[in-house]
Design a protein around this ligand. Structure first.
Ligand SMILES: *Cc1c(COP(=O)(O)O)cnc(C)c1O
Ligand SMILES: [Zn+2]
Length: 411
C-alpha cells in the first residue's frame, strides 16, 4: 500500500495518533464510539499529486483523488459519484431575499450525497482485501453501500431501523444486499452493527466511526470551492444528522481556501429538525440534550449524533450558526424548492431551505447575501412524505367541459 500523502489518524478527543495503513475505527482510549479519528494529510505531497485544472469541469469526485486517503495502486469502486451541478436559483432566491445557488447532490448514482463517502469506503475495503461490507442506516447509507457493494463485488449486510421509508428498503434489496430490519431505533441498529463488526471483521461504513469514509464527503466542499471560485458565497447551508456531511463539506472547502485554490471559505449554517436537535443543542450549550429523535426528515432523525465534535468545529471555525426547523417548515420547503426551481428533494434535503428561510427571519442571514444550499438527496425514494408536502391530485372526467370549468375558455 502506498499512501504517503496521508500522515496519520489523529483522535479528535485526546490527540493520540494511529497508523493509517490499518483497519481501525475509533480511538481505543475512550469507551463507546466517542474517540472519532481524523485523517491528517501532508498537503505538500497532496499538491504534488494534484494537477487537475480548476475549470469547473468535474466528471466525478475522483478528480480530487489526490486528496482522498486511498492507496495509489488501488482501482476505485465507483459509479461516477460527484460532479453534481451547482444551479442558479433565482426564483427561490427572490422568495428568500438572497442571491441563491443550489448544489443538487440528489443526482448522485443512488440518489444521495453519501455516495461520495461510499465510493471511498468501498475502495478502502478493496484495498484492505475485505469482501463483506456492513453499515447501520436510516435508509440512504444502506442503499448507497448496497449499490457500491454490487459494483465492487462485495457481500453487503445492512442494519436498518424498522421505520425506514419503503423506497429506501426496496433499493438495497434490488442491489442484492441482505437487509436486516432491526426492531428498534436507528441508534440501536447502529450499536448492533458495531458489535457485528467486532465479531466478524466485516468492513464498516458507518458514519463518523470509519475515519476514511467521511473523507469522501470532502469532495462536495472541493466541488463547491471549484464551482464558486471568484464568487464564494457568504453562507453554505447543510442539514445535520450525525454531522459528518457538514464536517466533510467544511473540511473540503477549507482545505481549498488554505491551499489558495479558492480565495476564501464561506460561513456554515447547520440546520436540524426540532425533533432531532442534539448538535444544535451542543453548539448552543443547552443543558438538557434530548436523545429521542422524531422527525419526518428520516435521514437526519438521529438522537445521538456520532460526529457532534467535528460538526461543531465546522460551525465554530467558519464563524457559522445552527438552527432548528419544524416538520411543517421542512415539508413546506420541500414543496417550495420543487415549485420554484424544479428540484425534487427528500425532507432532510429540503431542510437547509427551511433553515435558510428561518435564518433570514432571525436576521442571521441578511437580505442580499449570497448563499449556496446543498440538497443532499432526491425526493424519489420517499413518496409518502412528498405526498404530504405536495398537495392533491385533482380528479376530472375525460370531458373537455370540466377543464374549461377550471381554466376558462380557450382561444
Ligand atoms: C445522511 C443524510 C444527511 C445528514 O448527514 P449527516 O452526516 O448524518 O449529518 C442529510 N441529508 C440526507 C439526504 C442524508 O441522507
Ligand atoms: Zn483518543
Amino acid at each position: 500500500m502506498d499512501m504517503d500523502h496521508v500522515e496519520t489518524l489523529e483522535c479528535t478527543l485526546c490527540g493520540a495518533e494511529y497508523d493509517p495503513d490499518q483497519v481501525i475505527y475509533t480511538c481505543p482510549e475512550h469507551p463507546g464510539v466517542k474517540g472519532i479519528l481524523e485523517v491528517k494529510y501532508d498537503y505538500e505531497r497532496v499538491l504534488d499529486r494534484f494537477d487537475e485544472p480548476l475549470d469547473g469541469r468535474i466528471g466525478s469526485q475522483w478528480k480530487y483523488r489526490a486528496f482522498l486517503p486511498v492507496a495509489d495502486d488501488v482501482e476505485p469502486v465507483t459509479l461516477g459519484e460527484g460532479g453534481t451541478p451547482l444551479l442558479d436559483a433565482p426564483r427561490l432566491g427572490d422568495e428568500l431575499g438572497v442571491d441563491l445557488r443550489v448544489k443538487d447532490d440528489g443526482r448522485n448514482p443512488t440518489g444521495v450525497l453519501k455516495d461520495r463517502a461510499t465510493g471511498v469506503s468501498t475502495t478502502k475495503a478493496r484495498e484492505f482485501g475485505i469482501d463483506v461490507v456492513t453499515c447501520a442506516s436510516t435508509g440512504n447509507a444502506a442503499a448507497s453501500l448496497a449499490g457500491f457493494a454490487a459494483r465492487g463485488g462485495f457481500d453487503c449486510r445492512l442494519f436498518v431501523p424498522g421505520d425506514a421509508p419503503e423506497g429506501k428498503l426496496a433499493q438495497p434489496l434490488v442491489y442484492g444486499a441482505d437487509v436486516l430490519g432491526v426492531r428498534g431505533s436507528y441508534d440501536e441498529a447502529y450499536d448492533l452493527s458495531m458489535e457485528v463488526t467486532e465479531e466478524f471483521g466485516w468492513y464498516n461504513r458507518n458514519a463518523a466511526v470509519n475515519p476514511f469514509q467521511v473523507e469522501g464527503k470532502r469532495t462536495v466542499g472541493h466541488e463547491l470551492a471549484e464551482q464558486t471560485r471568484g464568487e464564494v458565497p457568504d453562507w453554505l447551508v447543510f442539514s445535520m444528522g450525525d454531522g459528518c456531511t457538514i464536517a466533510g463539506g467544511w473540511k473540503g472547502f477549507r482545505e481549498f481556501a488554505d491551499l489558495d485554490l479558492v480565495e476564501e471559505a464561506p460561513r456554515m449554517l447547520g440546520v436540524q429538525a426540532e425533533g432531532a436537535s442534539a448538535i444544535h443543542d451542543a453548539f448552543h450549550e443547552h443543558d438538557d440534550v434530548d436523545e429521542v429523535a422524531d422527525t419526518v426528515a428520516d435521514s437526519i432523525s438521529v438522537g445521538r449524533p456520532r460526529n457532534t465534535v467535528k460538526a461543531c468545529s465546522a460551525l465554530e471555525e467558519s464563524d457559522g450558526e445552527s438552527l432548528l426547523v419544524s416538520d411543517e417548515e421542512i415539508l413546506a420547503a420541500e414543496s417550495l424548492l420543487g415549485r420554484t426551481e424544479g428540484i425534487y428533494a427528500e425532507p432532510a434535503a429540503a431542510t437547509p431551505v427551511a433553515g435558510l428561510r428561518k435564518a433570514r427571519e432571525a436576521g442571521i442571514v441578511e437580505a442580499g447575501e449570497s448563499v449556496a444550499v446543498v440538497v443532499t438527496g432526491t425526493g424519489l425514494k420517499d413518496t409518502q412524505s412528498a405526498m404530504r408536502a405536495g398537495g392533491e391530485v385533482a380528479a376530472v372526467d375525460p370531458d373537455v367541459r370540466e377543464v374549461i370549468e377550471r381554466y376558462g375558455e380557450g382561444s
